[in-house]
Design a protein. Structure first.
Length: 165
């Protein structure tokens, strides 16, 4: 009689590669960016200001919209890059881009009134929490891989192995 020992237990979570976690986090970040920008339009008079040709203190021009596109393209591309770049470059890229986006997120509150302070505190807080998750995941990437390797060498995670008592 053969007994399978490599079946996952119900209480165990399957291993999720760091690349997949990073891509999921960047995807979540992008959904938030889209909704935060959309809900920003609900502020009284905001659509009229945009129709008047301004965003914050900037005149709406092709250059400004191109800059906005480039800012949004970076985290959008990070979804793809997080699953395709080689590990070392991937880790460094995620660390740099996530760190650079924290002040960009904070800039969203510039010029806002105290009436909207809670909105900006919550939205920026959630964005920064996702970026912190990305930073932590990318930072620990090597350490996690080394721990997994040590466990496999010891026989704890080898497919078909029986845990040692």
């Amino acid at each position: 009689m053969t007994i399978r020992t490599d079946t996952p237990r119900l209480a165990e979570s399957p291993h999720i590669p760091v690349q997949a976690k990073l891509a999921a986090a960047w995807t979540s970040f992008m959904f938030l960016v889209i909704y935060i920008d959309y809900f920003h339009l609900y502020q009284p008079g905001e659509i009229d200001v945009i129709r008047g040709g301004d965003i914050f203190v900037f005149e709406i021009t092709g250059t400004l919209v191109t800059i906005f596109f480039a800012l949004i393209a970076v985290p959008t591309l990070m979804v793809l890059l997080s699953v395709t770049l080689p590990a070392r470059v991937n880790r460094a890229t995620n660390l740099v881009v996530a760190a650079l986006f924290i002040p960009i997120c904070a800039f969203n509150a510039a010029g806002s009134s105290w009436d909207w302070a809670l909105y900006y505190a919550v939205t920026i807080g959630v964005e920064v929490a996702i970026l912190a998750f990305i930073l932590r995941s990318a930072w620990r990437w090597g350490a996690t891989s080394q721990r997994d390797l040590v466990d496999r060498v010891r026989g704890h995670s080898l497919p078909g192995s029986v845990p040692q008592a």
